[in-house]
Design a protein around this ligand. Structure first.
Ligand SMILES: Cc1ncc(COP(=O)(O)O)c(C=O)c1O
Length: 306
């Protein structure tokens, strides 16, 4: 028995009251798209800040439209529903929010027309996702899906089998996380996060045409690097061995936040420890997620009335 509430079709209901059939196309074929959002707990002010809600729900709406799982709830409805859910569950620690839009039709066949589209979201306490403050990663032999196979841009549930296979392989090989290459052998991203490298004063990240998820944290890191650190940021295709030769490598993502990568394929990156650029971006990131930076305060939606 769960005491938790979830958001289901525009309403807050008890988690145990939401059922999904074993016949659901979402379960049988992975026909759904989803988001991962964080809400940051500020202990000092006893406030919870939902981070970049609007951006996440705009991406969710776009993903749903791309895969023909359109639904009526607006971005504003979803933002409001999220705040209400966090309040209802009395979330008083850093929390992950998982909205899912899925095809709940029950007939046989992987179809996306005439879908019974459902919208659900749940909350989950989540502190550090990576489990370590510095990561050793390996390039996976599994290639990232391409836009013409299963568009990674849509954050489709089915695409995460691809992520899980890469993570399984690299974890079994003793690494903390996987890096995908594209079919064209360009560096793509991690199993659930974007990647950056710093070399000769420039911050470099794979371009959006290299089958990455267009990460919301990635966009923020680019902005912080340019506007707060005055760095040149280059979005372009990246080769595998550029990672070995980089001064710094780090990941960005909602779950992963900003986390340094200190070895790739057993090659030490830079000093073998978190680099200065990563540290500065991380500091800026954690400061602004708690609504402490006036320039980024709009990104933080306070949950509790004060
Ligand atoms: C495959 C993949 N790449 C990148 C990201 C990072 O995206 P964001 O910063 O929007 O969380 C995620 C997480 O959602 C992901 O699953």
């Amino acid at each position: 028995m769960s005491e938790n509430y979830v958001y289901y079709q525009g309403e807050l209901v008890k988690e145990d009251d939401v059922k999904i059939s074993i016949r659901s196309k979402a379960f049988n074929y992975g026909l759904g798209v989803f988001e991962g959002i964080r809400a940051y707990w500020d202990d000092e002010n006893e406030q919870l800040y939902a981070f970049k809600l609007k951006d996440h729900y705009e991406r969710l709406k776009q993903s749903a439209k791309t895969v023909n799982l359109d639904f009526d709830l607006s971005v504003e409805d979803l933002c409001k529903g999220t705040v209400e859910l966090l309040k209802k569950n009395n979330c008083r620690q850093t929390t992950y929010i998982r909205p899912i839009v899925y095809n709940d039709s029950l007939d046989i066949g992987p179809t996306l027309d005439h879908a019974d589209v459902k919208v659900v979201m749940y909350t989950q306490p989540l502190n550090k996702y990576a489990g370590k403050s510095e990561l050793s990663v390996g390039v996976s032999s599994w290639r990232r899906l391409s836009d013409n196979q299963l568009p990674p841009r849509t954050k489709a549930t089915a695409a995460y089998l691809n992520s899980a296979l890469a993570a399984l392989e690299t974890k079994r090989a003793g690494f903390d996380e996987a890096i995908f290459l594209t079919e064209g052998n360009h560096v793509c991203e991690g199993s659930g996060e974007n990647i950056f490298l710093f070399k000769k004063g420039k911050l470099i990240t794979p371009s959006t045409s290299d089958n990455i998820l267009e990460g919301i944290t990635r966009e923020l890191v680019i902005k912080l690097a340019q506007e707060e650190l005055g760095l040149e940021v280059v979005e372009r295709s990246v080769s595998r061995t550029e990672l070995y030769a980089a001064d710094e490598v780090f990941f960005s993502g909602t779950a992963m936040e900003v986390t340094p990568v200190v070895a790739v394929d057993h090659r030490i990156v830079g000093t073998g420890h978190e680099g200065e650029v990563c540290r500065k971006i991380k500091d800026l990131f954690f400061d602004l997620t708690l609504g402490k930076n006036p320039k980024y305060v709009e990104d933080c939606t306070p949950v509790y009335d004060k």
